[in-house]
Design a protein around this ligand. Structure first.
Ligand code: ADP
Ligand code: ZN
Length: 430
């Protein structure tokens, strides 16, 4: 099923011609309207007329997180202030917020892209979508909300948390889809288990759109099994409109990134040099349709690769591999580079492990992993616990090449966050 079949299946050559035209228009717009970009373009000696092919994107300057922060509150605006229709800010996982502006066309366009994503997974107007992301300044909830309304779904603006109420809404309004973070999805599964609710029998739930933070394939499977649903990976960020940048189709083999709206590059995070399809690096995006706040070569800090080859669904927009972390997520413990997702992958593949964990770094590089046991994970035999603890320790050591302390805790005892999970507590005195 398609929302906009023509553009979703457009031939690559036509897509690239469209991209070039839009890239040229975007560069001209910022060169004319945004002083900071005028300066940046001058610094790298590039004029809008130098952009003659898509490869010329490399002549453009990168935009970083700090460009947006330094420009706060209005520095990168490319339209007149009275043409701005909406303000969002980033959720500020790292540092102070970034202001993001939308024109009327930007608001509509963001909803269009979300509509493409939803219909791609089989959503119809008969669906009931319970949106468990945070409403407010974040893009996560509102942009999904408008997109789902465009498709004609009944949208329940539940927001996050208050699991008792979430469950009631799901039961009373026969919710078929939830939009949720991976950590909250796992928490909900636990909650239902405790309440004696069997989602397969007692609810109408069929799908979850899960994103906003990195998670592993093992976590996807855990959510799917616990709730008896299909989980689709949903990727976006406030700087690029919010949700709807890239999304899985029914084949769940990578996330189609809407290349008519975003010019996609994967670069070596250290050197900034482009990497070929298939190689892992940092995702860099240039907006092609945004009016209020176009961004050139935005360094997302998200680590991924492009999956080469066509997708069986017929869409021609290339697919991104699941995000494996952020360049600023990397931990260095005793000289070894570790991504939290490596730890998650090991933990979530073990059936006796529950649904929550925490990485604690303290002292002089001491790493402790607190791991919740599954409800059925402890049979009362202490020697079984000791065996599980050493199994987890060995598996982790094989994956991250350093030996952590593993601390097993009862189910439901680690803190849960309503928004993005805080998995790493780093209080090292280094
Ligand atoms: P920030 O957290 O930077 O303040 P956002 O709330 O816009 O801003 O979050 C966007 C970030 O969330 C992305 O850059 C990415 O790191 C993460 N993210 C969003 N969706 C996914 C996903 N499906 N998989 C992994 N990471 C994701
Ligand atoms: Zn596909």
């Amino acid at each position: 099923m398609f929302w906009d079949q023509k553009i979703e299946t457009i031939e690559r050559t036509a897509l690239e011609a469209l991209q070039l035209m839009r890239l040229q228009a975007t560069v001209s717009r910022v060169a004319c309207k945004v002083p900071r970009y005028q300066q940046k373009l001058a610094d790298c000696g590039t004029k809008p007329s130098d952009i003659r092919s898509l490869a010329d994107v490399q002549r453009l300057p990168f935009t970083s997180n700090s460009d947006l922060r330094d420009a706060y509150p209005a520095g990168l605006l490319a339209i007149a202030p009275d043409e701005v229709l909406r303000l969002h800010t980033s959720s500020g996982t790292t540092g102070k917020p970034k202001a993001l502006f939308f024109s009327a066309n930007d608001v509509n366009n963001a909803a269009e892209l979300v509509a493409r994503c939803l219909v791609m997974t089989g959503v119809t107007r008969r669906d009931v979508l319970q949106n468990m992301m945070t409403y407010g300044l974040f893009t996560g909830a509102l942009v999904m909300h408008y997109g789902a309304e465009k498709v004609g779904c009944l949208v329940i603006p539940a927001g996050p948390g208050n699991s008792e109420k979430q469950l009631l809404l799901m039961q009373d309004f026969r919710t078929t889809i939830v939009h949720v973070t991976p950590s909250y999805a796992l928490y909900l599964a636990d909650f239902m288990e405790k309440k004696g609710v069997d989602p397969r029998k007692d609810l109408a739930l069929r799908k979850a759109f899960v994103g906003a933070e990195p998670y592993t394939e093992e976590t996807r499977r855990k959510i799917e099994e616990a709730l008896g649903i299909d989980v689709y990976n949903s990727y976006g960020m406030s700087e690029m409109n919010g949700p709807g940048v890239a999304f899985e189709c029914e084949h769940k083999c990578g996330m189609h990134l809407w290349e008519d709206n975003y010019l996609l590059e994967i670069v070596d995070p250290q050197t900034g040099k482009p990497l070929p399809d298939g190689q892992t690096g940092e995702l860099v995006l240039t907006t092609l349709c945004r009016e209020a706040m176009p961004l050139l070569r935005y360094r997302t800090r998200d680590i991924t690769s492009i999956i080469p080859g066509p997708c069986p669904c017929g869409r021609t927009h290339r697919r991104l591999h699941r995000i494996t972390g952020r360049t600023d997520d990397m931990l260095i413990v005793r000289g070894v580079n570790i991504y939290p997702q490596q730890i998650e992958r090991v933990l979530m593949s073990l059936p006796s492990v529950g649904r929550n964990y925490q990485i604690v770094l303290e002292g002089l590089d001491e790493m402790t992993i607190n791991v919740e046991l599954a409800e059925a994970g402890f049979d009362g035999h202490v020697e079984h616990l000791t065996r599980l603890q050493s199994e987890i320790t060995d598996r982790l050591r094989a994956e991250i090449l350093t030996k952590p302390k593993v601390h097993l805790v009862p189910p439901g005892t680690l803190p849960v966050s309503e928004g993005k999970a805080k998995r790493v507590i780093d209080s090292r005195s280094l």
